[in-house]
Design a protein around this ligand. Structure first.
Ligand code: ADP
Ligand code: MG
Length: 463
């Protein structure tokens, strides 16, 4: 058979494997809800860690003062200064700075990473203006958003369980991340106190709740993916401490590590996983998040280049380089609306040094983008639906649906329009017409940083 037929054979096969019919998504949501219960029952019982955050009160809107936040996510790292006005006044001012993390810091030593962070933080603190000092005599307080799995020991301390998203720093695993940050701050002569340690999902939940009391869960779709939600403390059998007065406890699901036999996995996913820094882990994340979507695309393109001369009789050298094709590139190609798909052509040329592609070739590339993004989007919708099911918010309670708002954030959600549309329409499809009227997805912009500052405020030593 000819090359074109071989290409379409491989592409069809891939699409078949990626298929996520609604029945399958219902199964995914069901097993998500089951695993949530297992993870809440005992430590280490489930692939979902269901980490207790020690956040038992979310922002009320009355938080007041000047607070800092530091957001270490995966790709970028941000420092924020937030001026909270107190009751009825809201957020008066936010200032921030964003720095990309030097790749060597992601895999070297704890010392090196935290020194880099502390130095950037110190630089930012030095830019405090006239009206942006803390109250005289008070120590600056910081909310630290650290978006990796952490076993919390209190609201302001916790040990790193493992790295994800391309980070791998052996000597930090098992260490208290706040302790590491404190030591680095001391080394650069910065006096600040971490009053809240959270991850991006908890921060986004807090930031979302500040504006909307109906926010019950937060989902991050960025370099990685994760979710957090508000659980009833008495529904957490593994919680040993006294029941919080609010009766609530925020749970960091760490759902990136979810897996199930219903996940539409392909050989490309398996190969990507085997070659990753954390094989066998974060399978859900590897099918969905921004770190990986472009890499899945590259792997499929490489396969059809090698086996079906998709880009001519030689295999483009650049295409062999892992992670060269990033999700933003994929998204740009996917959204190309020009009749000759010129953005696809230019991405292929600029990134992969593939010239003179035919329109047919470009169309196949767009089709692949669509297959990969749609699968990821539909699976994330199934995850959200799983949370709503666990909370009983997918059905009527006392005859009525409860209003449920989910706060979303992350670069993938923010910038990948088609991904977002597919996710939202799939969630509607899963919920059904009636229930979906009471479920709202909101974009909690920069919620993770602001949320950390809010939690730093509500856990201030001066309260
Ligand atoms: P982090 O998860 O590291 O905290 P972000 O939430 O900003 O950071 O997400 C960054 C990720 O978002 C990138 O790794 C990338 O995969 C994805 N992303 C950024 N821009 C785009 C885009 N234009 N289209 C699709 N994905 C994007
Ligand atoms: Mg982030």
């Amino acid at each position: 058979i000819g090359a074109a037929a071989r290409v379409s054979g491989i592409v069809r096969e891939f699409q078949k494997k990626c298929d996520s019919p609604i029945g399958k998504l219902h199964n995914v949501a069901d097993s998500m809800a089951v695993e949530m219960r297992v993870g809440l029952a005992s430590e280490g019982g489930s692939m979902l860690k269901m980490l207790i955050s020690y956040v038992d009160n979310l922002p009320t809107g009355e938080e007041e003062g000047l607070f800092y936040a530091l957001d270490l996510g995966g790709t970028n790292f941000r420092v924020l200064r937030v001026h909270l006005g107190g009751k009825g006044k809201g957020l008066i001012k936010t200032e921030f700075d964003e720095v990309s993390i030097p790749p060597h810091c992601m895999t070297s030593s704890s010392h090196e990473l935290f020194d880099f962070i502390a130095a950037e933080l110190a630089r930012f603190v030095a830019t405090e203006g006239e009206n942006s000092h803390p109250f005289p005599g008070r120590q600056r307080e910081l909310g630290f958003t650290f978006s990796f799995p952490v076993r919390q020991t209190s609201i302001s301390s916790g040990t790193l369980i493992k790295w994800t998203k391309g980070f791998s720093i052996e000597d930090a695993v098992g260490e208290d991340v706040v302790g590491e940050l404190n030591k680095a701050m001391e080394r650069v002569g910065l006096h600040m106190r971490v009053t809240a340690l959270v991850n991006d999902t908890i921060g986004t939940l807090a930031g979302g709740r500040y504006y909307n009391p109906d926010v019950v869960a937060a989902v991050i779709l960025g370099t990685g993916m994760n979710a957090a939600y508000v659980e009833r403390a008495n529904a957490i059998p593994k919680w040993q401490g006294p029941l919080p007065r609010s009766g609530d406890m925020v749970i960091n699901m760490e759902w990136g590590n979810f897996r199930s036999s219903d996940l539409p996995l392909t050989e490309y996913d398996n190969d990507l996983d085997v070659a990753s820094l954390n094989p066998g882990e974060q399978i859900f994340e590897k099918m969905i998040s921004g770190m990986y979507l472009g890499e899945i695309l590259r792997r499929v393109l490489l396969k059809i280049a090698e086996e079906a001369e998709f880009f001519g009789d030689s295999v483009p050298e650049k295409l062999k380089i892992p992670f060269i094709l990033r999700t933003p590139h994929m998204s740009a190609m996917h959204h190309d609306t020009s009749s000759d798909l010129k953005d696809v052509a230019s991405k292929l040329r600029d990134i992969l040094e593939i010239n003179n592609t035919s329109l047919t070739t470009r169309k196949v590339v767009v089709e692949l983008c669509d297959t990969i993004a749609t699968r990821g989007a539909r699976l994330s919708a199934a995850g959200i639906y799983g949370i709503l099911k666990k909370l009983g918010r997918d059905t009527r309670k006392d005859g009525e649906y409860q209003k449920s708002v989910i706060a979303l954030d992350g670069g993938l959600f923010k910038h990948y329009e088609k991904f977002r549309q597919s996710m939202e329409s799939t969630l509607k499809e899963l919920l059904g017409e009636e229930a979906s009227d009471s479920v709202v997805i909101t974009h909690s912009n920069d919620g993770s940083g602001i949320g950390a500052a809010l939690l730093a405020a509500s856990h201030s030593q001066y309260l």
